[in-house]
Design a protein around this ligand. Structure first.
Ligand SMILES: Cc1ncc(COP(=O)(O)O)c(C=O)c1O
Length: 456
């Protein structure tokens, strides 16, 4: 324990829902669930849940009703925008558009880019920031996986310097959903702007762990998801410059986005669309989702990112020290193991199939991690050293038999609600599985590894 920082300097885990949930093990015993898949979806903060519960009786339509609850809900919805703007340290005239999640936000942005925009994205991106740009009126250049932050900046510099004039967008992730490594966003933004390009930050994995200041990073847009920010109520955010958003057709056509609709004498219908965030929020807005995000922003802001980052770093150190003592574990890294990261770490275990390993962590230890290619197939394949991996559905693990060579990886991820004990239990479980093997037999069923009813 002496290798770890003095715990008195590290804040306590924040209260989250599900922290006492017991789950059954294959043996029939029950244990408290160790949720170590925050990178996929983080548990709701208790505070968010309480805020939503307090508001729920007052729930009403937004921007539509004359009644008291509609007025109140409209006010809360608009205040939520202001809270998000503060959380992201937006510029004065930036917009906050509520979406469904990061994927939705980036697809929205792809739809408002001027025709002919050239998009530059590293092949290491999550599919949500890799794929929305493949549209007929855009050109996308994928940059090879860099092996250092400096290489990333140099690769972007070279790509932009050699590009033809016209609108350009760079898309970059703030923290990798595979390695947790933090990308040199400020430097990439400076490079983009030097060449007249704009830049969007995929902050899906960064925002829950680190402060994101749009002004300081000097990015043009930022996208994140409520369900990764302890606010799992179906909302996300696209925030940033309004000019391209206002110049484009609405993301969805319908009520809420339209200011006036009039029947013309020739029988057609003329529409005047809103300017501002409403333009891209057609339909009844998700007021609870937006309110939950604002609540999470307030809660994290009140605790303060200094304390949150310190706590997370303490858990990362604890995890890395533990795994370093298990030689069969290989941690996947693009920029080197010492590079700053958030609480996301992927690894493979020598001699183990990753699906088998994570199934055993769940069935025998009550620990929830994720295995697969994490919707970042090109990156994980690069990190696995080009080992042949059969194509898999996004999000689905490779269908391979227990004991086969690893075709995919295991990801452990945590955050503000994670107690030390979960990280320790995880390290101990990895050590035991590596040393003693799984205690139960496993078979492949429906593409997943599941425990058999008999012991190994
Ligand atoms: C880096 C990154 N970007 C985008 C996404 C997509 O987020 P969502 O599924 O909430 O749309 C994820 C989800 O895992 C992610 O990790």
């Amino acid at each position: 324990m002496s290798a770890y920082p003095n715990t008195s300097t590290v804040c306590q885990p924040l209260a989250v829902l599900g922290r006492d949930v017991e789950v059954p093990l294959v043996s029939g015993a029950k244990v408290t669930y160790a949720a170590l898949d925050y990178a996929a979806s983080a548990p709701a903060l208790q505070r968010v849940w309480d805020d939503v519960a307090a508001y729920a009786p007052y729930y009403g339509s937004v921007h539509r009703g004359a009644g008291y609850l509609s007025q109140l809900s409209t006010d809360l919805f608009e205040q939520s925008r202001a809270t998000v703007a503060e959380f992201l340290d937006l510029r004065e005239d930036d917009q906050v558009v509520f979406t469904r999640a990061t994927t939705d936000s980036l697809n929205l942005l792809a739809g408002v880019l001027p025709a002919g925009t050239r998009v530059f994205a590293f092949e290491t991106e999550h599919h949500a920031s890799l794929l929305p740009w493949r549209k007929h009126d855009l050109t996308v250049s994928y940059l090879r996986a860099p092996r250092s932050p400096e290489e990333a900046v140099a690769a972007l510099e070279e790509a932009l310097a050699g590009s033809v004039p016209g609108p350009k967008l760079v898309c970059v992730t703030g923290a990798s959903n595979v390695t947790g490594e933090i990308w040199p966003v400020r430097e990439l933004a400076a490079t983009a702007h030097r060449h007249g390009a704009r830049i969007v930050l995929d902050a899906a994995q960064l925002a829950p762990h680190h402060p994101v200041s749009v002004r300081e990073l000097d990015v043009d847009w930022v996208a994140f998801s409520g369900h990764k920010l302890y606010a799992p109520f179906g909302a996300g955010v696209l925030a940033g410059r309004g000019d391209w958003l206002d110049a484009a057709e609405p993301y969805l056509a319908g009520g809420g986005a339209s200011r006036t609709v009039a029947r013309e004498t020739d029988g057609s219908v003329a529409v005047e669309w809103h300017r501002g965030p409403q333009r891209h929020e057609a339909g009844s807005p998700n007021v609870i989702g937006a309110y939950a995000i604002a609540s999470a922003c307030r809660a994290l802001g009140e605790v303060g990112f200094d304390a949150l980052v310190a706590r997370e770093q303490y858990l990362i150190d604890r995890l890395r020290t533990g795994l370093a003592g298990i030689p069969q574990v290989r941690v996947l890294t693009l920029f080197g193991e010492e590079h700053p990261r958030v609480g996301v770490l992927s690894f493979v275990v020598q001699g183990w199939n990753s699906s088998h390993f994570s199934a055993a962590l769940s069935a025998e230890y009550g620990i929830g991690v994720r295995d697969g290619l994490f919707c970042a197939h090109p990156l994980v394949r690069t990190l696995l050293g080009g080992e042949a991996a059969a194509p898999s559905e996004c999000g689905a693990p490779e269908a391979s038999l227990p004991g086969e060579r690893s075709l995919n990886a295991i990801r452990v991820s945590f955050g503000a609600g994670t107690p030390d004990e979960h990280v320790d239990r995880f390290v101990e479980a990895v050590r035991e599985l590596v040393t003693d093997g799984a205690q139960w037999s496993y078979r492949t069923e429906g593409g997943r590894c599941v425990p058999d009813t008999r012991r190994a």
